[in-house]
Design a protein around this ligand. Structure first.
Ligand code: AGP
Length: 610
């Protein structure tokens, strides 16, 4: 997720762009840049790292005057963070900024290179710049070129482009990514969301997919995808800028919980071939032979990422019958792990900077393993040191408690396991298509759960005063019991334990009484009856029981104190759905206790020390 901004009007544009980019840094901050139209020239300034680096460039004598400009703050998806990969990107007389993912950029890049275009970056964005340049050269206005090029682009985009051939004009368009425009007495504005515009106007227009906007100093024209003029009523925004950064949500954690359907779609996007039922993971950098010859597979991670790794264990074993060893980073690095040459070592990390996970990956590499990173932060240390990468495409996860990153990690594992299964011929093309069909239904299932948030909030409010919780799960949902307990611990400061349900009778049952709510995950799977037995055991000891079940299962309605149903899906697809419910439970308990869910005490977003 990146942030784009633009202005054309009577004011000096650089201060407007920089202030706007500051408001958009929460959308990505690994590099930034601006482009200004100035006396018939295009001035471009870009820098790696935080926006302050760009500000330093502009404030140390390299300032540019101008009244028309665009800007960008980047969360890298294609191409590591660098000045060269930073936006804006230029082609001939035009320059553009882009938020989104162009899935077919490699095919388009090869076509453009064969037409003689030279690429300066590793990004998918530069492809759009050259396509537009090529279209403009064939004659026609910039807005017509945008409309033509849109037909070539597969994926998602929000773009702002300007050209020396059309001074005082910015053309914008979107498909699958947000873009909002506005007008005040000084000029016209564009941005990825309303946050930067609120300093200038509260009357904004949200463009729709396929729309093209033509921004000039005193007017904005909107065209539909057929090039016909259209009118979209302006909306009045009542949020303040801080609320707008959170998309209108009260905090980043709730925003990120609700971003999970989009994260699933973005992480899946462009990474499978439905015809063959195969995953398409070009950044894996592992040949079929390397995967087939690997004697052992390993997963190592910490915290929530370790819980995702434990889910991966069940996926490897049950989807493709592949044994795999899963370890906590801080344990793995100090054992004498039996890593062999050619083993596949999967390191999972949202930040890509967790010291224990990095050290484990380095140790594995030293012993001859091929290291694959499942990571969110492009260009992070783990991403750079790994042999192969699967990015989770979650955008920045601001809240310290990991929510959408976990979901992205599990989706990445689904794709990886599918890939291994198809490479090993353990899964047929038809089975591969079946799994892809069901992966693609997950966003809708998560939306369905999010729509029932109030039911979970009601449960949370009844138990927010409790001091101890027990979470029970079996099979692939044992890690989810661990994750649910961790989420509660880290944002509500309530002591909570996650336990394998079958293990509860070997000791923890001594803790059970009416003061210890027990959350039981009981999907309709082959372990259902066992889970119900565990539920009855805790019920018999007066514990309040909160049961998470599959839709259509009413057998526990009279047994549990509270029942929350998730969509009835294949058991291996339940982890994300249960997790979203448990995220909401932990969130609302913490809110009820008046705590700061985004910045819990004692915690850091990235534990870069031992
Ligand atoms: C999860 O809510 C915590 N913030 C923490 O457990 C986190 O998952 C862990 O520190 C690992 O971080 P990473 O994914 O960035 O490696």
């Amino acid at each position: 997720m990146c942030g784009i901004i633009g202005y054309v009007g009577r004011e000096s544009v650089v201060p407007i762009l920089l202030a706007g980019l500051q408001r958009l840094e929460y959308r990505g901050y690994d590099s930034a840049g601006i482009a200004i139209q100035h006396h018939g020239c295009l001035e471009i300034r870009r820098s790696e790292g935080k926006l302050s680096n760009l500000e330093a460039v502009l404030n140390n004598g390299d300032f540019v005057e101008g009244r028309t400009g665009i800007g960008h703050t980047r969360w890298a998806t294609h191409g590591r963070p660098s000045e060269q990969n930073a936006h804006p990107h230029r082609s001939g007389d035009l320059v553009l900024v882009h938020n989104g993912i162009i899935e077919n950029f490699l095919v388009l890049r090869h076509r453009l290179e064969s037409e003689g275009y030279r690429f300066e970056s590793e990004t998918d964005t530069e492809v759009i710049a050259h396509l537009l340049s090529s279209a403009v050269k064939r004659g026609g206005r910039l807005d017509e070129a945008v409309r033509q090029v849109a037909h070539d682009l597969h994926g998602s985009y929000a773009i702002a482009v300007m050209s020396l051939t059309e001074p005082g004009r910015i053309v914008v368009s979107r498909s699958g990514c947000p873009l909002v425009i506005g007008l005040n007495g000084t000029g016209a504005f564009l941005a990825s969301d309303v946050t930067p515009l609120l300093a200038h106007t509260r009357e904004v227009v949200y463009l729709e997919d396929g729309d093209i906007g033509i921004l000039e100093e005193s007017e904005i024209h909107i065209l539909d995808s057929d090039g016909q003029s259209k009118t979209i009523p302006a909306e009045t925004i009542h949020w303040d800028a801080e609320a707008a950064e959170k998309g209108g949500y009260p905090n980043f954690m709730m925003k990120e919980i609700h971003e999970q359907p989009q994260v699933i779609m973005d992480t899946l996007r462009g990474r499978f071939d439905y015809e063959t039922g195969e995953a398409d993971l070009p950044d894996l950098s592992m040949t079929k032979e390397e995967l087939l010859s690997a004697k052992r597979f390993w997963i190592v991670a910490c915290g929530t990422s370790w819980h995702a790794g434990l889910v991966g264990k069940y996926l490897f074993e049950e989807m493709v019958r592949r044994p795999i060893q899963v370890d906590i980073g801080s344990e793995f690095r100090y054992r004498e792990p039996m890593i062999q040459q050619g083993d596949v070592f999967i390191a999972i990390s949202q930040s890509g900077e967790t010291a224990d996970t990095l050290a484990a990956a380095r140790e594995a590499k030293r012993r001859g393993a091929r290291v694959l990173a499942i990571v969110n932060a492009v260009g992070s240390t783990l991403a750079r040191e790994a042999d192969g990468v699967i990015y989770t495409r979650c955008g920045p996860e601001i809240s310290v408690a990991s929510t959408k990153a976990f979901t992205g990690q599990v989706i990445a594992l689904y794709l990886l396991v599918l890939h291994v299964g198809r490479v090993n011929d353990v899964l047929s093309a038809e089975e591969g298509r079946w799994w892809l069909d069901h992966f693609l239904m997950l966003p809708g299932h998560v939306e369905h759960i999010l729509k029932q948030e109030s039911a979970i909030e009601s449960i949370a409010n009844q138990y927010a005063h409790m001091n101890n919780f027990l979470y029970l799960g079996r099979g692939i949902n044992y890690p989810i019991a661990l994750e649910g307990a961790l989420k509660l611990k880290e944002i509500s400061y309530i002591h909570a334990e996650g336990y394998a349900a079958g293990e509860m009778k070997h000791g923890p049952i001594a803790l059970i009484d009416k003061e210890m709510p027990v959350v039981v995950l009981s999907p309709k799977d082959r372990l259902y009856e066992k889970s119900v037995s565990n539920l009855m055991e805790v019920r018999a000891r007066s514990a309040p029981v909160i049961a998470f079940v599959s839709e259509g299962d009413h057998a526990l309605d009279k047994v549990a104190d509270h029942v929350f149903a998730i969509p009835d899906v294949h058991p291996l697809l339940t982890p994300i759905l249960f997790t979203v419910g448990l995220q909401l439970l932990a969130y609302h308990i913490a809110i009820q206790r008046g705590l700061d869910v985004d910045r819990p005490r004692n915690l850091a977003k990235s534990v870069t020390v031992e």
